[in-house]
Write a protein that binds this ligand. Sequence first.
Ligand code: NAD
Length: 475
Amino acid sequence: MQKIQNFINGKYVDPVKGEYIDNVEPATGKAFAQVPNSSIEDLELAIDAAQAAFPAWSTMSVDKRSRILHKLADLIEQNLDDYALMESRDNGKPLWLAKAVDIPRASTNFRFYASAIVNFSTEAQVSEGFMVNYTRRAPVGIVGCISPWNLPLYLFSWKIAPALAMGNCVIAKPSELTPMTAYLLGKLANEAEMPAGVLNILHGEGKGIGQAIVEHEATKAISFTGGTATGKIVGATASQQFKKVSLELGGKNPNIIFADCDLDEAVKTSVKSSFTNQGEICLCGSRILIEESIYEEFKRQFLEECEKLVVGDPMDPKTTTGALVSEAHLNKVDSYVQLAREEGGTILTGGKKLDREGFYYEPTVIEGLDENCRTNQEEIFGPVVTLNKFKSEEEAIEVANSTRYGLSCTIWTSNLQRAHRVAHAVQSGIIWVNCWLVRDLRTPFGGMKDSGIGREGGDEALRFFSEPQNICIKL
Ligand code: NAD
């Protein structure tokens, strides 16, 4: 069986203690590789390498750093098929989706920040005849980037690209459930002539090597994407040493359907926003709030569209919904559906595991639940949505805001004023009107409330991965 290695100082190396965990393929439920369960000894090697690489990398011309990142973007594009296959086997998502979205977006992330860094400028203030102030943005130093399993290379690269572009050296850890594409990236970093030690990739469990990266005094900033409970630990740990910290966490996103919307479009896109990537996207709309007058019609059309979903082998091009990432996650999703039944919900479609090997779950639609019940309040992060009625715009806003989360929201209406009014009233970092999952990468990305702190995207990320120094010159 293939053994994955850490990537430290430009070389693939075995973990010092020789400990591994199984990398299970969700489609079959069987181990297909072994992942290092790295320890503090591996981290020390990576820190040494990053410290040695930092002086040259942080002072390299922006043009040269940009060219290296552009090259890396090109190489990912050239390796699209291999990367997509690995992403799909690792995560359980349909191969076509990894090919169309995950891997192209990883390449775009590097390309975006390769360009952004050459266009990035800092601020200057001139007090005529008295003084000039300007802000220098210095790289932070060594930064830790920790990512989840749902969009493996996409989210991994979304962190490391701006960190590297800004001149930092990176210690990165992908999820132990989906390490494959991050593992492959080391080879491409070398081909792109990224200097050794600039990017170091360590594998293993969150509570071990993940926690060690956050705790180590040499990492000066931590960019974390994952669950809210983990984010709480990461935030608390990082703040002990006054590290910069960015947290992109969970969501329980409302998808609000007003009676004046384009119903066809709302139904079709809502099926996507509910079930794409098996519902394992932090931005999926898991609570569909429907104006009472069109509730029955929306439900009828939505269920009709759900019937067209095909759950099965991620390698089959006809598959719309692959396998969930792990057995533990499959059981978690199933336990929430059981809970929904106990809370008085009616399962309109789905509601059970598929009777076959692998971790498959039927796309599930539930109605009849109270807005405050656990099923409607807690993140399930799987192919499960609830249908809920509302009577007025005020009620829709109140229910939308009723959870601890505030990541994203979708609003369907043809009334322009209402679209703005509701968007302003909903406590969400991202609001889509009559669309879902489209975004200009220059805009800030992140959540309100327990969905996180800080923002990624555009210049926000370049600012996060740098320390501003205010320089004041008397005229
Ligand atoms: P998770 O919190 O279990 O793990 C995320 C990463 O953190 C993994 O690499 C894990 O190994 C590591 N980790 C775990 N414990 C750690 C610790 N104590 N210290 C340091 N690192 C630790 O999350 P997950 O199950 O991998 O991902 C699913 C969650 O991620 C969902 O809640 C989802 O909403 C969220 N998510 C959020 C966004 C966003 O942009 N807001 C994007 C994708 C996923």
